[in-house]
Design a protein around this ligand. Structure first.
Ligand SMILES: [Cu+2]
Length: 187
């Protein structure tokens, strides 16, 4: 019963924290640990059946360790959930080697910030295209219509925590015709 419970907790926890790359290694180690315990438990069980030798104390020891392992995983997973991944900051150059954004595509997560910085051939701005986005309202609110004229001038665009995932296309008003178009992909 204890064993079944701990295995269920393990499986549930692993499923839930697998998304977070940073903890992949810990999960792998703990999962290996869990598997070896499961294997060990099976072996002890088979041995018990064959020989009739009372090895229950070893079996229960293995169960206790398995339970400890699951508790450790629960602690780790609760740490993960109470400390969400830190927000990242990305930079997109406006006028990167011509009338274009560099990079043309930036992948972000909700809560991240993108700094748009002037380089060549200003002025530039960033307008999101509501027709080419998963959320037209967010597209409008993300837009920075004010033109940046000065060399090195920059502005930040914050991705709200509840941003809908998908590909948001943006462009620079003065240079849209020249192909100054970019993509913000919210993951
Ligand atoms: Cu421009």
């Amino acid at each position: 019963m204890v064993n079944y419970l701990s295995m269920t907790i393990c499986r549930f926890t692993i499923k839930n924290i697998q998304k977070l790359d940073f903890y992949q290694d810990i999960i792998r180690v703990l999962d290996f640990f869990r598997r070896s315990l499961l294997y060990n438990d099976q072996r002890i069980h088979n041995h018990l059946k064959k020989t009739g030798v009372n090895m229950r104390f070893i079996s229960s020891l293995s169960k206790s360790v398995a339970l400890l392992a699951s508790i450790a995983m629960l602690v780790i997973s609760s740490l993960v959930f109470s400390n969400p991944a830190e927000a990242a900051n990305y930079t997109v150059t406006m006028g990167a080697g011509g009338l274009q954004f560099g990079p043309k595509k930036v992948a972000v997560k909700p809560g991240d910030t993108v700094t748009f910085k002037n380089a060549m051939l200003p002025p530039h701005n960033v307008m999101f295209n509501p027709a080419k986005s998963p959320d037209p309202n967010l597209s409008k609110s993300l837009s920075h219509k004010q033109l940046a004229f000065r060399a090195g001038e920059s502005f930040d665009i914050n991705i709200p925590a509840d941003a809908k995932a998908g590909d948001y296309e943006f462009f620079c008003i003065p240079h849209r015709g020249a192909g100054m178009v970019g993509h913000l992909v919210v993951e």
